[in-house]
Design a protein around this ligand. Structure first.
Ligand code: HEM
Length: 397
């Protein structure tokens, strides 16, 4: 591990670099008033029991810290059963496997266009030139909003994910008032933007996902506009930064482990397993949050009711009780039951799309580059915060 850490300047804050936590799979952080869970079987228990571990963490957020006027109606990741099941059924009827599979030729065309543009400009920085714009363009086109507005999406997502702040593990959940203000400003701008588009689709339907969402019907019920907007926000936020990281991390892995790059070149059928191992090894969305609704026993520890539980997917994906030699990048793990897309009722709805984008983009990169190699004179920049694992800058030669 240490050679990768040094070679790619992976910041210390990514604690999964340092092996299993000394405090065991469940730790109480008394100062922060939260519980950290790192172990694989413990995460399985949490994600499989939404009645005890609720996704609605706002429930236990003190009133004075709740963002004013914020509605989480339709914000699918924060909703518990039975409402969650109803919403998931509705949105799944619009966001089907066929809708995703039909995107393959368009994903390939956009990848080629982006690589052509980069060639004309000269120099190739994978995140800026491909891994960032590709998922945003794909989601924007899928929803039916102009992909030329992607500068706006980036601005909103950067604020909401606080990409530019260097925070330590302990500072992670200390939000300063000015952070909250800027975050909420981005939130309202994004909501207003999408509400405008949703209202237009009601007046004038088009062949896009926003239209499908405003028209989707289950048991005679339709989604109100507020829910359509919040679901579209989840798609824009959950769907692009994570996929950017998946693409960057997988190319980084092919640089770090050239034997796997050679294998994928010789046999493109090897790509899906490399993507799965990249998701385990560099888990993009490293952290989820839950709130206990009642007392729970977990990993030999008792967690009282109404507590915030931080669910560290990145750590569980390196739990030696589940994965043999977890620090070895081994695409031959079969099965590879990583938790990068979550587990249970909230399992990532966009997983087929992320996997498709990864496969298509890697296939084309291998076609167009004789060697995918990082530039020794231009360092890789890794995300600083432990909640996300991914490269922010990946210059290739
Ligand atoms: C849920 C990760 C790509 C849409 C989730 C969850 C994870 C995750 C861990 C579970 C959240 C929880 O249990 O609280 C990822 C990763 C991605 C990715 C690592 C890329 C590599 C996408 C894409 C889309 C998407 C491309 C859509 C365009 C969603 C949605 C949910 C979700 C809608 C909520 C599902 C629910 O609550 O029922 N994702 N995601 N994701 N993801 Fe993804």
């Amino acid at each position: 591990m240490s050679d990768i850490v040094e070679r790619y300047n992976i910041p210390e804050q990514h604690f999964w670099l340092h092996g299993p936590r000394a405090g065991g799979p469940v730790e109480h952080n008394a100062a922060a008033g939260m519980w950290n869970v790192y172990g694989y079987p413990e995460l399985q228990e949490i994600l499989g029991d939404p009645a005890t571990f609720s996704s609605n963490v706002l429930r236990i957020t003190p009133e004075d810290q709740k963002p004013e006027g914020l509605s989480l109606e339709g914000f699918i990741t924060q909703i518990d059963p039975p409402e969650h099941g109803k919403l998931r059924k509705l949105v799944s009827s619009a966001f089907t496997r066929k809708v995703v599979a039909d995107l393959e030729p368009r994903i390939a065309a956009v990848t080629h266009e982006l690589l052509d543009e980069a060639r004309e400009r000269g120099g190739f920085e994978l995140v800026r030139d491909l891994a960032y714009p590709l998922p945003v363009i794909v989601i924007a086109e899928l929803l039916g909003v102009p992909s030329s507005d992607r500068g706006l999406f980036k601005q909103w997502a950067d604020t909401l994910f606080r990409q530019d702040t260097k925070v330590s593990f302990d500072e992670l959940f200390e939000r300063r008032p000015q952070d909250r203000e800027t975050t909420m400003k981005s939130w309202w701008e994004m909501s207003a933007y999408l509400a405008g588009h949703a209202a237009e689709r009601r007046r004038q339907p088009r062949a896009d996902l926003l239209t499908k969402l405003v028209e989707a019907e289950v048991d005679g019920e339709r989604l109100p506009d507020e829910q359509v907007v919040n679901f579209a926000i989840v798609l824009l936020l959950a769907g692009h930064v994570t996929t950017t990281m998946l693409l960057g991390n997988t190319v980084l892995a092919l640089d770090a482990f050239p034997e796997h790059q050679e294998r994928a070149r010789a046999d493109r059928a090897a790509i899906p397993a490399i993507i799965e191992e990249s998701l385990r090894f560099f888990t993009p969305f490293a952290l989820l949050a839950r709130a206990t609704t009642r007392e729970a026993r977990l990993g030999g520890v008792t967690i009282p009711a109404d507590q915030t539980v931080l669910v560290w997917l990145g750590a569980a994906n390196r739990d030696p009780r589940q994965f043999t030699d977890p620090d070895v990048f081994d695409p031959d793990r079969d099965p590879n039951p990583h938790l990068a897309f979550g587990r249970g009722i909230h399992f990532c709805l966009g997983a087929p799309l992320a996997r498709l984008e990864g496969r298509v983009a890697l296939d084309i990169l291998l076609d167009r580059f004789d060697h995918l190699r990082t530039d020794p004179d231009d360092p890789v920049v890794f995300m600083p915060m432990p909640t996300m694992t991914g490269v922010r800058r990946l210059p290739l030669v």
